[in-house]
Each structure stands twice: as structure tokens, then as C-alpha cells.
Design a protein around this ligand. Structure first.
Ligand code: GDP
Length: 388
């Protein structure tokens, strides 16, 4: 019977091996499952907090910080011809004044009622009393001299007179050429932007930076509106969008003059072409405003002369805008006006009124919320858009 015994033993051995292999394979699968479980990192709340503290210290410093622009995700600026066409179309929407005047002036034998209507149209479009009187006098004389109601002649007269009021001879360039100080050091051209909150200062600075960057200029922005955290945040977003560094403070209510000073210092350090400083437009009282803007300007001038002070005015706020403009021009010497939201108003006459009242040219107009919706003010294009 030894063969039978050998066969039984062989079967037992084979069974043993098969059972052993099966059990081994089950074990490995189980190990792998647990391995997976244990390699999934379990981070405790404390560890998470500790990690975060290393990555983003929530210790805020009093010192203004420079927020480096990340590699810009620049959208390509719109081409100049398409941009100008779009801007003209938008501007034309504020042109009801021109069209209304044209239709009245084309009537035969203008009566006093017609002239009253002309005056009402001018005042409704925010041209202002003085400029309206002037324009009416010139129109009366010219229409009499040329003695016609022919629409094309009347249009020509109106165009000439409106253009004279807008004054194409004013210098509307923005001085953005850096210089060298008495100390032989590089001085960026500095631009201070002032105006009441909500008029569009920050947006204008963003759009303007985009224009400057497209001209291959290097720009540093200063977020000296430190009273609202959202304002610095908004400027930082524009900085990222257009690819320029922003100097800001992490502390709400930090000294705006200190941020402005650091922005110009950073501009010098970087050999930047232009430094543009945003400010808060709190019209609490004239003396307070004068103190605040005066101090900002003074400290900036310790680093480099302030070349431009741009006053931003919301064209849709009419008479209110005019009184704000007067206060700002009294507290800080304005070198140029940016008239925003001209896309949202039919009252284009404010261009004439504000220039006449302040004796300062409109240098830019805002025609929308988009990054390319800022145009250098072009008197002829403006008057043509009014009349079209
Ligand atoms: P700030 O408080 O003076 O800095 O004003 P902001 O830059 O925050 O602008 C206030 C609001 O006006 C925002 O909603 C802007 O998008 C809007 N805005 C600025 N400029 C223009 C413009 O030219 N046209 C239009 N339609 N809106 C504008």
C-alpha cells in the first residue's frame, strides 16, 4: 500500500500549497487596502492651522508692502481703430444735446421761444449758465451773418462754436516722462489721482496703467485709499490684471501719506517710468481734505516731484460734480480732469462747464467699465460725436 500512501501524501501536499497560496494572496490584498488607508495623509486641525500660519502669516505689519504683479495674465488690448470706433459710438449716445440744437437752429426765422429752447437744451446738458450765454450770443451772430437755415451750414456754425468752447488749443498730454533729480537719481513721473469716492478713480487708474503698459512704460501703483480695505483690494486686482506692482498697507486706516511715500520710493528703486497714487475721496470737510491731500502730495515730493494731479469727476452727477470739482481744485492744484461715465449720460456739456470753471483741460474720458474704456479726450471727435 505504499503507493496509495504516497498518492494521499502528494494530494495533501498539493492541497496544502494551494490553500497556502490562496491565503497569501488574500493577505496581500488586505495589506494593500490598509496601505492605501494609512498613506492618505490625515492632517489634524492643529497641523492645518500650523501649516497655514507658515504659508500665510496673519501677522500684519504697519509697513506698506509691495505686491509684486504675478506673471501677467494680460488680455491683449483691443486694437486702436476698433477701440476708437467703439468709443465714438458710445460718446454719440451722450450727443442728444447736439442733435437737439441742430434741429432747433434749422427752423426758419428763429423766434425768442426758439432761443429759449436752445438755452434750456444747453442748461439741461450741463453746459453751465456762463458758457450757454456765450454760445447763444455767438450762434445768434453767426446765424444772422450767414442768413441761412440750411442744415449743413447750421451744423458747421454749431460745430465751430462748440469746438471753440471745448478749446482744442489746450495741452491735454499727460506728463509721464521720468526725469533725473538734482541728486542725479532717477525720478519716476508721479501722478496723484483725486476725487470723491465712487467717481471711478480706481477704475481709471487701472485703465490708465493698461495704456501706459501698452506703451512699454513700467508702472508702480500706490493704494493710498487706506480707509476702505476693498479699495486697496480693487487696485491690487487691477495691478494683477494689467501686470504692475501695487504698494499697499495691510492695515485698514493706515497713514495714506506713508503708502504714497513708499509707492514713489518703490518706483525709484525699480527705475519705474510712472508711479500712480490712488487716494480716498472723503469729502467730510474742506479742511480735512486739504490736510490729507496736502500731506500726501508733500511726502511724495520728498521722493520725486508730483507731475500730474488728476481730478476724476462722474459726468452723470451734474451740478454735484461741479461743486466737488471746485472744492478739490481749491485744496490741491489740479493739472487735468478725467470725466468718467460719459457713456451713461446725455449731458456731454459738462466737459465745457468743468473746463471753464476750473481752467484745467479734460485729459481723459471714461466710456464704460471695461479695461479699454478710457480714451484721451479729443475735442474734435467729441464735438463730432455730439452732432452725429
Ligand atoms: P472710486 O471709489 O472713485 O475709486 O470709484 P471706482 O473706480 O470704484 O468706480 C465706481 C464704479 O463706477 C464702479 O462700478 C466702476 O466700474 C464704475 N465706473 C468707473 N468708470 C466708469 C465709466 O467710465 N463708465 C461707467 N459706466 N462706469 C464706470
Amino acid at each position: 500500500m505504499p503507493e496509495t500512501l504516497y498518492i494521499v501524501l502528494a494530494v495533501i501536499v498539493v492541497l496544502g500549497v494551494v490553500i497556502g497560496l490562496y491565503a497569501g494572496s488574500k493577505k496581500r490584498k488586505g495589506d494593500q487596502y490598509r496601505l492605501d488607508e494609512t498613506t492618505t495623509p490625515v492632517i489634524t486641525d492643529e497641523e492645518a492651522r500650523a501649516d497655514q500660519a507658515v504659508a500665510e502669516p496673519d501677522v500684519v505689519s504697519d509697513e506698506p508692502v509691495v505686491e509684486d504683479a504675478p506673471v501677467p495674465t494680460l488680455e491683449t488690448p483691443e486694437s486702436v481703430p476698433s477701440r476708437m470706433q467703439r468709443l465714438r459710438a458710445r460718446l454719440a449716445r451722450s450727443g442728444s444735446m447736439g442733435k437737439a440744437l441742430l434741429s432747433i437752429l434749422s427752423r426758419a426765422d428763429l423766434s425768442e421761444d426758439d432761443w429759449d429752447e436752445i438755452e434750456e437744451t444747453l442748461l439741461a446738458a450741463d453746459v453751465g449758465l456762463e458758457a450757454s450765454d456765450d454760445l447763444m450770443e455767438k450762434l445768434r451772430t453767426e446765424t444772422k451773418v450767414r442768413g441761412t437755415t440750411d442744415t449743413s451750414v447750421v451744423r458747421e456754425i454749431l460745430r465751430e462754436q462748440l469746438l471753440a468752447l471745448v478749446d482744442p488749443s489746450l495741452d491735454r498730454t499727460l506728463d509721464t516722462t521720468p526725469g533725473v533729480g538734482d541728486d542725479g537719481q532717477h525720478h519716476p513721473a508721479t501722478v496723484l489721482v483725486v476725487g470723491v469716492n465712487g467717481t471711478g478713480k480706481t477704475t481709471t487708474i487701472g485703465k490708465l496703467s493698461r495704456v501706459l503698459v501698452a506703451e512699454d512704460k513700467t508702472v508702480v501703483l500706490g493704494a493710498a485709499d487706506t480707509f476702505r480695505a476693498a479699495a486697496a483690494e480693487q487696485l491690487a486686482t487691477w495691478g494683477e490684471r494689467v501686470g504692475v506692482d501695487v504698494v499697499r498697507s495691510d492695515i485698514e486706516g493706515a497713514d495714506p501719506a506713508s503708502v504714497a511715500f513708499e509707492a514713489v520710493a518703490e518706483g525709484r528703486k525699480q527705475n519705474a517710468d510712472v508711479v500712480v497714487v490712488d487716494t480716498a475721496g472723503r469729502l467730510q470737510n474742506k479742511a480735512g481734505l486739504m490736510d490729507e491731500l496736502g500731506k500726501i502730495k508733500r511726502v511724495m515730493e520728498k521722493q520725486a516731484p508730483v507731475r500730474e494731479v488728476l481730478l476724476v469727476i462722474d459726468a452723470t452727477t451734474g451740478q454735484n460734480a461741479m461743486s466737488q470739482a471746485k472744492v478739490f481744485s481749491e485744496v490741491v492744484g489740479i493739472t487735468g480732469i478725467v470725466l468718467t461715465k460719459l457713456d451713461g449720460t446725455a449731458k456731454g456739456g459738462i466737459v465745457i462747464n468743468v473746463q471753464r470753471t476750473l481752467g484745467v483741460p479734460v485729459k481723459f474720458v471714461g466710456l464704460g467699465e471695461g479695461a479699454d474704456d478710457l480714451a484721451p479726450f479729443d475735442p474734435e471727435g467729441f464735438v463730432d460725436a455730439l452732432l452725429n
